[in-house]
Design a protein around this ligand. Structure first.
Ligand SMILES: [Fe+2]
Ligand SMILES: [Fe+2]
Length: 259
C-alpha cells in the first residue's frame, strides 16, 4: 500500500457505500414517485415504534426526530450481520454457501455505512442551525430504544428471517415517505446549499432539499433490498431503482435458512 498517498491527503474522502447517488433532477422525480405511490399497509411493530418516537420527540417530522430514527435504522443491519457471521462459521467447508452468505454480510455492512452517512448529514444540519443536542435525549434515550428493537429483529431473524426483513422493509418505507414529505413541506430547503465534506457523494453542488431527497431514495433502496431478501433473492448490484419490486414467488432457497 502506498502510505505516502494516504498521508498526503489532509481529509480523506469517505464515499458512502450502497445506493446510487442521483442528480437533483432525478431526485425530484423520485420524490414525486414516493409522494404519489399508494401507502403500504401499516406494520403494527413499526407503528408502535413510531408512536413511542412521536411521544418522546413530537408528532411533526423534524431533523431531530430523523436523527433518532437513523439511530434505530442501523440496528437491524447489525443484527443480520452478526447472525450471518455465525452462519458462515457453521458452513464447515461449504465454500460456495459461505461465499453467498459473505455477500449478504457485505450488503448489511454497506447499508449500515449508508445509514451512518444519513446520521452524519443530520448531525451537521442540526449543528449548522445552532441546535444543541442533549446527551440524554439524543444519545442515551435512542440507545435505550435500540435495545428492544435489536432484540426484536434478532429473534425474528433467528425464528423466521423473512419476518425480520419484512419488518425492516416497513420501517424503511415509513422513513422514505417521511423524508420526501418533509422536503415537500419545507420549500426553503430548496434554496439552502449543502456545502459540506459530506457532499462529496456528488461532483456538483446540491441543496439541503436534494440531500434529504437522496436520503429518502436511499431508504427506498433499503426497503427494496429487504423485500428481495424476504423473497430469498440474492443481493443485486446497484442499478436503476424501481418504486416497488414486482410480486413474484421466491425462486431461491433463502440463504438464511441454508446454513
Ligand atoms: Fe436512514
Ligand atoms: Fe434505511
Amino acid at each position: 500500500m502506498d502510505t505516502m498517498t494516504l498521508t498526503a491527503s489532509p481529509m480523506p474522502r469517505v464515499r458512502p457505500a450502497g445506493p446510487p447517488s442521483l442528480s437533483p433532477g432525478a431526485l425530484r422525480s423520485e420524490q414525486r414517485i414516493t409522494l404519489t405511490a399508494p401507502r403500504g399497509r401499516p406494520n403494527i411493530v413499526v407503528s408502535a415504534l413510531n408512536l413511542v418516537v412521536s411521544l418522546l420527540y413530537g408528532r411533526r417530522a423534524s431533523l431531530q426526530k430523523f436523527l433518532v430514527l437513523e439511530h434505530l435504522a442501523q440496528v437491524p443491519y447489525r443484527s443480520w450481520e452478526r447472525i450471518a457471521q455465525r452462519r458462515i462459521a457453521r458452513t464447515r467447508g461449504r465454500s460456495t454457501l459461505a461465499r453467498r452468505i459473505q455477500v449478504r454480510v457485505a450488503e448489511a455492512r454497506d447499508q449500515q455505512d449508508n445509514e451512518q452517512w444519513h446520521m452524519l448529514v443530520l448531525e451537521e444540519l442540526l449543528a449548522r442551525r445552532g441546535q444543541r443536542l442533549g446527551r440524554l435525549r439524543y444519545r442515551l434515550v435512542p440507545r435505550l430504544m435500540a435495545a428492544p428493537w435489536q432484540l426484536t429483529t434478532w429473534i425474528l431473524h433467528l425464528v423466521k428471517p423473512r419476518w425480520s426483513y419484512l419488518l425492516n422493509a416497513a420501517f424503511e418505507d415509513h422513513a422514505e415517505g417521511e423524508y420526501m414529505r418533509f422536503v415537500a413541506a419545507n420549500p426553503r430547503l430548496e434554496r439552502e446549499l449543502f456545502a459540506s465534506e459530506l457532499a462529496d457523494r456528488w461532483d456538483h453542488p446540491v441543496t439541503v432539499a436534494d440531500v434529504l431527497r437522496q436520503i429518502g431514495h436511499d431508504e427506498r433502496c433499503h426497503k427494496l433490498d429487504s423485500i428481495a431478501a424476504a423473497r430469498g433473492n440474492e443481493p443485486q448490484p446497484a442499478g436503476p431503482t424501481p418504486a416497488a419490486l414486482p410480486a413474484s414467488p421466491a425462486r431461491h432457497e433463502p440463504l438464511d435458512a441454508a446454513a
